[in-house]
Design a protein around this ligand. Structure first.
Ligand SMILES: Cc1cc2nc3c(=O)[nH]c(=O)nc-3n(C[C@H](O)[C@H](O)[C@H](O)COP(=O)(O)O)c2cc1C
Length: 354
């Protein structure tokens, strides 16, 4: 038996305080839904959330999620198999709705008996929810607004993630605290809702659980886990950065749409602004057609996350990170990260009991 599988058995201990007991109770619904010990999802992060980190999170009692990103059907097939070799605990797979082979990716998840599929990147395309449910898996979708949360519930999703703009990666315009206030009171009794974006400590987890969340999803906080394969430069950049270094990409011309992404400031970001100016000027001067200009902007970051995460080019790659990056201060095992978050959450709930 490998060490990882042995670690499989270690229960998450938060002690026996009133706070710990309250925390277990508040997380019970989310944990039961996920089949995990604690209701903490490791948010899927392209290139970072592969077999090692995903298995480590599930083995530590949380719920790991593989980021399929742009993987081919074959690659996802292998990644799921490799993850299963590292853990006997449940984990999920995150699929991007605009992937051209979405239906085949769903079928691969089905063949492996993946219990939870997270659909990201927009509303689920026609037939995708039904296809996932037909495999016996539960469907989790992102709800960027209350109206969409209600629509998704009507269409049969099993759980929601509410993610605010503090998060790393692709973001919407509204903060986590506002989305949580708008959405939780309205829908938390209908489906489990997991809150994401900007969560760095357990006190925040306790707060969202008190508001009705079934659990939480964290990404940034797990990047520097010992088990994460992110390049040493990528981890170093996280450890050095403070909240204000994690900035949203800026669109400078209304004709050239930029999808907002939160990442650490670097030379690549500055060059992107210069590129937008250059393309906008070429458009003004008639030197480039609109479609070509928009493609140049869209393709600017192609491969940039991989360059940063895998190759360690943190100057010109995309160092996607959330504002909670300031609370990432060292490399440590996933078990330590989860234990710390749980202890902080329990202590916060303990104080409520006084
Ligand atoms: C490096 C990085 C890559 C990410 N890639 C994805 C992705 O491929 N799919 C997705 O749904 N979310 C992605 N996210 C978002 C995370 O799954 C998670 O929801 C988010 O990190 C939570 O907010 P936090 O960073 O404040 O903890 C990414 C986040 C980061 C930091």
């Amino acid at each position: 038996m490998t060490d990882t599988l042995a670690a499989d058995r270690a229960p998450v201990s938060v002690g026996v305080s009133v706070g710990a007991e309250r925390l277990t109770r508040r997380m019970a619904r989310g944990a039961a839904f996920l089949g995990s010990e604690v209701a903490i999802l490791g948010g899927a992060m392209s290139w970072v959330s592969e077999r090692n980190l995903v298995a480590a999170i599930s083995n530590a009692g949380g719920f790991g999620v593989i980021a399929c990103g742009a993987m081919t059907v074959d690659l996802l097939d292998r990644e799921i198999a490799a993850t299963k070799a590292l853990t006997t605990k449940p984990f999920g797979v995150n699929l991007i709705t605009m992937h051209p082979d979405l239906m085949d990716l769903i079928a691969v998840c089905g063949r492996h008996g993946v219990g939870h599929v997270v659909l990201a990147g927009g509303l689920p395309p026609k037939g995708s929810l039904e296809a996932i449910k037909a495999t016996g898996a539960k469907v989790i979708c992102f709800a960027p607004a209350l109206s969409l949360a209600k629509k998704l519930i009507r269409s049969g999703v099993d759980a929601l993630v509410v993610e605010g703009m503090e998060a790393g990666g692709h973001i919407g315009p509204v903060s986590t605290s506002v989305l949580a206030q708008e959405i939780l009171p309205e829908v938390a009794d209908q489906v489990p809702v997991f809150v994401a974006g900007g969560i760095g400590r357990g006190e925040a987890i306790a707060g969202y659980l008190d508001m009705g969340a079934a659990g939480v999803q964290l990404g940034t906080r797990f990047v520097c886990a010992t088990e994460s394969i992110a390049h040493a430069n990528f981890k170093k950049a996280f450890i050095r950065a403070s909240a204000r270094d994690a900035v949203a990409s800026v669109q400078i011309d209304p004709r050239l749409p930029v999808i907002p992404v939160r990442a650490l400031k670097n030379a690549g970001g500055e060059l992107f602004t210069a590129k937008q100016r250059e393309v906008a000027q070429a458009l003004d001067e008639g030197g480039v057609a609109m479609a070509e200009a928009q493609l140049q902007i869209e393709h600017y970051w192609a491969g940039a996350l991989r360059r940063a995460v895998i190759d360690g080019d943190v100057e010109h790659g995309s160092v996607m990170a959330g504002q909670s990056v300031g609370m990432v201060t060292r490399e440590e095992p996933v078990t330590a990260i989860i234990a710390e978050l749980m202890a902080e959450a329990a202590a916060a709930l303990d104080k409520r009991a006084a």
